[in-house]
Design a protein around this ligand. Sequence first.
Ligand code: ADP
Ligand code: MG
Length: 392
Amino acid sequence: MSESNVGGAAAKTVGERFRELYGAAPHGVWAAPGRVNLIGEHTDYNDGFVMPFALPHTAVAAVSRRDDGVLRLHSADVDAPVVELTADSLTPGTDKHWTAYPAGVVWALREAGHPVTGADIHLASTVPAGAGLSSSAALEVVVALALNDLYELGLRGWQLARLCQRAENVYVGAPVGIMDQTASACCESGHALFLDTRDLSQRQIPFDLAAEGMRLLVVDTQVEHSHSEGEYGKRRVGCEKGAALLGVDALRDVAHADLDEALARLGDEEEARRLVRHVVTENERVERVIALLESGDTRAIGPVLTAGHASLRDDFRVSCPELDLVVDTALASGALGARMTGGGFGGSAIVLTETTEAAAVTEAIRKTFTTAGFRTPRIFEAVPSAGARRLH
Ligand code: ADP
Ligand code: MG
């Protein structure tokens, strides 16, 4: 994936390439970002709270509408010719390539009764794939937004997010929650998005670290989280079992104040106890982070992030040596807080640091990774950016 093609330059390049591929200018160009989750991990399939913000990295798509049932797909980031499909023969579970994401969106829109009769699509993305930064949701949402505009469907961001989630769950076959797509569709620049995954209500929380002399670094460990699917499934089933043992619809229904009692009721169900403890305390951490941000006590969110990491590492067990090393090194070199972000087993971690310490923290992480013989991590600053939008 190319490094920087956000905004106008990207729209131009993607539009020009579209013209080369398809022989005419696109009807429009759209962008949708990847995301980082500030806090609220593995809560979104427990009806709980999440708090992502959008990255400046985006998937940019040049798209034209077609009314002849043909769907043509091309990605600047995949070395393959244009793929041609027909809209009415799209079948869930049959496509094992990247094309399943955009095709799945067309399928989900049509299945929901929206009259989408084809499209020509060329896209390029600066969201690193497989790094836990949600390149897949960026891809889905940019296509969904383009089709929403071109077919004048009038769907809102949260509705597009649900259709994209359905595309990924059913068409691609990945049992993901609703966070990534909602973040890509609904985030606003300078804000984190508080999302209640039970009723999809959302609130924009001002989150401007630079103004307060802080930075949030993303450390992509370059460890692929590809083997994580089975483990993710196990955690989901485990959480459902925990909820069933406690007699609630979802772990969201266990109040933090009642946690000790709930754990006692689980007796020697050790696995369920660990999963329940993570989800219940994580929801409470989201609420605490919001309260701290809203009261202007931004530095105090650092230890809450770090506590979230400990919970994911020790109770939920979805971390890995590389992610733990980022967190330990960051804290030892003066960071305010750090945690893995995304599903785990690789991918990325986030580090909250004073602006004045950012360079030293970055250097310390690079150094320990070299010493440990790990891959060189990719470290960049995450500035809360805009959600999906039309560029042209
Ligand atoms: P994540 O969403 O965390 O980046 P996923 O495994 O959910 O990881 O999605 C990554 C997949 O999305 C890639 O394997 C590829 O199929 C698809 N993808 C992401 N970006 C692009 C792109 N620019 N072009 C084509 N496919 C992409
Ligand atoms: Mg994904």
